[in-house]
Design a binder for this molecule. Structure first.
Ligand SMILES: [Zn+2]
Length: 228
């Protein structure tokens, strides 16, 4: 019975792939070249995505966050990160899948996954949160819980237009912790998920709050890190 269900599932999957191939043929999200299989990037673009070494981010006395990134912030991943158009979460789903396929993930030690939230007004305007989509996919892939620990309590300006000092000030009191979940982080290894690590002020603001509740360790896993 189990075998026949599996065969039907495989058959339906093949049928679905066959029809969607003609209705919406797969193409590379960066160079638009058509592809045989539905994935984010063609093989030519994919080989330009090179791993970078983890970064030890010192955020306070005895408080360090190791930051792992899939690659440096440049194309082709940059294009997928900025493609956050209203209600089109497809590039984000592809990024999430790529993050799950990363060998880094096997070496990351964590008990709980948290993600950098958007302010509700921005969430409403966009329809999704890229960091949350990635966190949920990593959760499914690893079987580890994703908790909505962080709350964006202040609508901040877009960080990209600000200097390092302005970014820190912009994020002052931007986050709070959801009291429903904060007891769960005591003594636990936490991984913070975000799409982009630029100066680190977002991860710093979030980690400083989380450190107040005595986690064992905090790491960050982002799609891209800006490398100067
Ligand atoms: Zn391509």
């Amino acid at each position: 019975m189990k075998d026949s269900c599996y065969m039907i599932h495989l058959y339906l999957q093949k049928l679905y792939t066959f029809f969607t191939y003609f209705i919406a043929p797969p193409y590379c999200l960066f160079c638009k070249q058509s592809m045989l299989e539905r994935q984010a990037l063609c093989s030519t673009c994919l080989i330009t995505v090179l791993p970078i070494v983890p970064y030890d981010f010192h955020i306070g006395r005895h408080q360090d966050v190791k930051v792992y990134a899939m690659a440096a912030y440049k194309d082709p991943l940059r294009k997928l990160i900025v493609a956050k158009h209203f209600n089109n979460a497809i590039p984000s789903w592809y990024l999430a899948k790529m993050m799950c396929e990363q060998s880094i993930l096997q070496y990351l030690e964590f008990d709980i996954i948290v993600f950098i939230p958007l302010h509700w007004t921005r969430y409403a305007a966009r329809g999704f949160n890229q960091a949350e989509i990635i966190a949920q996919e990593i959760g499914r892939h690893t079987g580890k819980p994703v908790i909505p620990l962080l709350i964006r309590s202040k609508k901040t300006q877009f960080q990209a237009s600000l200097s390092v000092d302005q970014r820190a000030a912009n994020l002052n009191n931007a986050f709070s912790l959801n009291p429903k979940y904060q007891h769960q982080i005591i003594g636990k290894k936490i991984v913070i998920i975000d799409d982009l690590f630029t100066t680190g002020s977002t991860v710093k603001a979030a980690a400083q709050l989380i450190f107040l509740h005595n986690p064992l360790k905090i790491t960050a896993f982002v799609v891209c890190r800006v490398v100067s």
